[in-house]
Structures are given as structure tokens and as C-alpha cells.
Design a binder for this molecule. Structure first.
Ligand SMILES: CC(C)(COP(=O)(O)OP(=O)(O)OC[C@H]1O[C@@H](n2cnc3c(N)ncnc32)[C@H](O)[C@@H]1OP(=O)(O)O)[C@@H](O)C(=O)NCCC(=O)NCCS
Length: 187
């Protein structure tokens, strides 16, 4: 089942990144990467067409309290959301508590291992502090870049499920899972 999450006031540090809730003052940084063709489509959303569009999504990020901004060298360069997974596709997980993560990074920052660094930190937070039993993550079959992040972070592939994108297309999402390795953490 999906577990409740609230990242209000949470700050997670890695060697190069600060992960913290989004702020209204991040708007320009957000638009700078969300408007670039070829970034959002890999995660199922259309590139933003205006600053106003980014402002609306940013308001949702702030209100929903489940999406981290990745701050790198003083700028917000990406997002990592603790999303709701599709419970109808995973009846075998009904007795456990989990969520599904999703992410995107400014194209200028690709290829430096920043997202695996962020994902590993969030895994630690979700298992040790929030005490989830499992974390899911999915990538479209053709998205090799995200597949590599998922492999590097140790997720095991479990199944491929249909995924209706916000662009209205239907994709096949390859799902990976990671279980909390500390049995005592399971509630
Ligand atoms: C997926 C994504 C977050 C990866 O972040 P990252 O910090 O660049 O991850 P890595 O540095 O580990 O690179 C992952 C893979 O991307 C590929 N890659 C690296 N630099 C690249 C570049 N400039 N252009 C295209 N692909 C590149 C490589 O195959 C790399 O794997 P490798 O380390 O085995 O060579 C990023 O590519 C992105 O934001 N993509 C668009 C949104 C998206 O796909 N979200 C995930 C939805 S499931």
C-alpha cells in the first residue's frame, strides 16, 4: 500500500547535492530545465511552454510535500518525487508500506552521476527514517539513461506495466523494486 509522506523541513545532504523541498524562488531554475525538449518526455510530461506553466507545477510540488529539489552549486537542477504507485498493478505489496520514486535532471548536468547520488540518499531516508518496506521505480522501456540509474542504485526488475502519461500516450514501464534490508525497520 502507499504510505503517507511529508517532506516538510527535510534537508538531505550528499557529497555534491542538497535535497530539500521546492520553494517559490526556484521558479527560474525549474523553468530552465523543464522547458528543454527531450527531458520531460523521458518521464512522461511535455516540456513546459511558459514560466506560468512551471509556476503552476511548482505550486503543486510545494503543496503536495513529496517532491525534493536537487540543489547543486546554488541552483535547483532537478527534482525527485516520492510518488504514489499504482496499487492495482501490485496486489502482492498490499500488506507492505511503500512508494514509487520519479526524477528528472537539468540536461546540462547529465552524465555526472548526480541522480544516482540523489536516489541513494533518498533510499536511505525512506528506509531509515520513514521506514518504508519497499521502494518502486519505473522507466519507459526505451529510456536507457534512467535504466542505468536504477541499475546503479540496486533495484531488482520485477515486472513491466502499462503507464498512461500526462501527454496522453501509453507507455510500457519497467518496474524495479528495493526492499528495506533491515527487518526491524518493517512496521
Ligand atoms: C535519467 C537521468 C535523471 C539520469 O541522471 P544522471 O545524473 O545523468 O545519471 P548518470 O550520470 O548516472 O547517467 C546515466 C546514464 O545516462 C547516459 N548519459 C550520460 N550522459 C549523457 C548525456 N549527456 N546524454 C545522454 N545520455 C547520457 C549514460 O548511459 C549513463 O549511464 P553510464 O553511467 O552507465 O554511462 C537524466 O538522464 C534525466 O533527467 N533524463 C530525463 C528525465 C528522465 O528520464 N527521468 C526518469 C524517468 S523514469
Amino acid at each position: 500500500m502507499n504510505a503517507p509522506i511529508d517532506i516538510t523541513g527535510i534537508e538531505l545532504r550528499t557529497e555534491r547535492l542538497l535535497l530539500r523541498p521546492w520553494r517559490e524562488s526556484d521558479l527560474e531554475d525549474f523553468y530552465a530545465y523543464a522547458r528543454v525538449d527531450g527531458v520531460g518526455q523521458m518521464a512522461g510530461w511535455t516540456p513546459h511552454r511558459s514560466l506560468d506553466e512551471s509556476r503552476e507545477i511548482l505550486k503543486l510540488f510545494i503543496a503536495d510535500k513529496k517532491t525534493f529539489a536537487l540543489e547543486y552549486r546554488g541552483r535547483a537542477v532537478g527534482s525527485l518525487g516520492i510518488e504514489f504507485y499504482d496499487e492495482t498493478q501490485f496486489p502482492e505489496l498490499d500488506a507492505l508500506r511503500g512508494r514509487e520514486i520519479g526524477y528528472a535532471l537539468n540536461r546540462d548536468c547529465w552524465g555526472q552521476g548526480l541522480m544516482p547520488e540523489a536516489v541513494r540518499r533518498v533510499i536511505g531516508y525512506l528506509f531509515d527514517v520513514v521506514r518504508l518496506d519497499f521502494i518502486l521505480v519505473g522507466h519507459f522501456e526505451w529510456n536507457r539513461q534512467s535504466a542505468r540509474v536504477i541499475e546503479k542504485c540496486g533495484f531488482a526488475e520485477v515486472k513491466t506495466i502499462p503507464y498512461r502519461t500526462r501527454m496522453g500516450t501509453l507507455e510500457r514501464s519497467v518496474e524495479g523494486i528495493l526492499y528495506n534490508p533491515v527487518p526491524g525497520n518493517r512496521s
